[in-house]
Design a protein around this ligand. Structure first.
Ligand SMILES: Nc1ncnc2c1ncn2[C@@H]1O[C@H](COP(=O)(O)OP(=O)(O)OP(=O)(O)O)[C@@H](O)[C@H]1O
Ligand SMILES: [Mg+2]
Length: 426
């Protein structure tokens, strides 16, 4: 992040420059016109400028810079008695203002917030790239990048919500097919002839209702990537059709005798263990071998905890339209997320942050707005368990003809337990 400081008071300007120089790329000017020239030439992410200066005021500088570079943030410094002026400056487009004497810690905090805003802007531009920090996910991405250059069939496995589709798209993006489409096909959604007509398309008159030709998903994928999602949910009856397609790379649209050759690449994904499905007779072994030329397994989020905070930050940016004030997690919120085991993986984390952004009233996302399943579920479980015990006791008491002592011996508990429990409900 490049920062330009402009102040005719050299002592103050240099002091700010010195205190920020270890964390940022900073340049100080005492003449606003020199500063303007420099900003126009090399740009600046943030300008920290005094308001009252000879030759050119801070507000004039702001207007000149913003006309060329509207994304540059301005923090204006103002002396006592010119608060109105600084409020006007904010109206003119300054991001913030600081009162003299300048509180360096406060300035530093504001700059860190701006850094977040810039990251947020960049994240929006680059939203397709997987977010991670763990070594294991880094290794997965580099394997994915290598395999992207080949035409090998890939099987991505991992629990629900752990990023299988994100990885499939990444493989596509890094491949030479990236200009061609990435087309997901949910294999679990279709039975028999619907499966064929969806995947392979059909010719006019192939069946009642087929009153025109229809292109299938396979044709739509063209020379791109065909993403066979939820492959483990695929009905056994249609598996031979997919196998034939993958093996021969040709298919027949329903109602056609002309084979069509496909030049797509296959990437499949499942949250099931296909080996187990094969053993249990739910999945054809030959199809499994065809798909699983290379397996990339994504471990659950709880086994790559280093990804939790960067992903949470990413979702804070993603959901910033819900609450523009929140820029980061509080320390307690981080601890709470790090302690959680995320059965729903990254998708669950995204949902938690989305909900948190709606609830949060503070400027940081606090642990109070991080509602995790453990909290709500455990409260529910206690109620349910108590209800369950009481219902069961009552059933046994009925069976014992209303005799609580007999019911207690049938249950193998002391009769006082029955009285105690039932009193709770009374
Ligand atoms: N590394 C990541 N970086 C950014 N976003 C991610 C990452 N991993 C997952 N997500 C997000 O989490 C959500 C779930 O990811 P995805 O749909 O890829 O999971 P999945 O493994 O295909 O889940 P399912 O088994 O339920 O189909 C999506 O909103 C996705 O954008
Ligand atoms: Mg998926």
């Amino acid at each position: 992040m490049r920062i330009v400081i402009v102040d005719d008071d050299e002592t103050l300007g240099k002091l700010i420059e010195k205190s920020l120089s270890s964390d940022f790329d900073v340049r100080y000017f005492n003449d606003p016109q020199d500063a303007l020239k420099n900003i126009m030439a090399v740009g600046a992410d943030v300008v920290i400028s005094d308001i009252k200066m000879p030759k050119m005021t801070g507000v004039e500088l702001l207007k000149a810079v913003k006309s060329e570079s509207p994304d540059t943030y301005f923090i204006l410094i103002t002396g006592f008695g010119t608060v109105k002026e600084s409020v006007d400056a904010v109206k003119a487009g300054a991001h913030d203002y600081l009162l003299k004497p300048v509180d360096i810690d406060m300035l530093y905090k504001k700059l860190m917030d701006i850094r977040k805003l810039i990251e947020r802007r960049e994240a929006r531009i680059d939203s397709e790239t997987p977010v991670y920090n763990s070594t294991v996910f880094g290794e997965i991405l580099s394997l994915a990048e290598r395999v992207a250059k080949t035409d090998t069939n890939v099987l991505i496995t991992g629990e629900t919500g752990c990023g299988k589709e994100v990885l499939a798209r990444y493989i596509h993006t890094k491949s030479e097919r990236s200009k061609a489409p990435f087309v997901p096909f949910n294999c679990g959604n279709f039975q028999d002839h619907l499966f064929e007509s969806e995947l392979f398309g059909y010719r006019k008159g192939a069946f009642t209702g087929a009153d025109s030709h229809k292109r299938g998903i396979a044709a739509a994928a063209g020379t791109g990537t065909l993403f066979l999602d939820e492959i483990g949910e695929m009905p056994l009856t249609v598996q031979p059709k997919l196998l034939r397609f993958i093996e021969t790379k040709t298919y027949y649209p329903v109602g056609s005798t002309e084979p069509v050759t496909s030049r797509s690449r296959f990437v499949a994904a499942t949250n099931k263990s296909l080996e187990k499905e094969v053993k249990e007779g739910n999945f054809r072994q030959d199809l499994y071998f065809r798909l699983n030329v290379l397996n990339i397994h994504i471990p659950p989020l709880r086994e790559r905890k280093d990804d939790i905070i960067p992903l949470a930050d990413h979702f804070i940016n993603k959901f910033s339209h819900l609450n523009a004030n929140v820029l980061r997690l509080s320390d307690c919120a981080m601890k709470k997320l790090m302690a959680y085991n995320f059965p729903g993986n990254v998708r669950e984390l995204a949902n938690i942050i989305e909900r948190g952004m709606i609830l949060e009233k503070d400027k940081v996302l606090t642990d109070k707005s991080i509602l995790i399943m453990d909290d709500s579920q455990s409260a529910e479980d206690i109620v349910n368990l108590d209800e369950l015990i009481i219902n069961h006791m009552q059933k046994i008491i009925d069976r014992a003809g209303g005799n609580k002592k007999k019911a207690a011996s049938m249950l193998g508990i002391d009769v006082s337990t029955i009285y105690r429990k039932l009193k709770i409900t009374d």
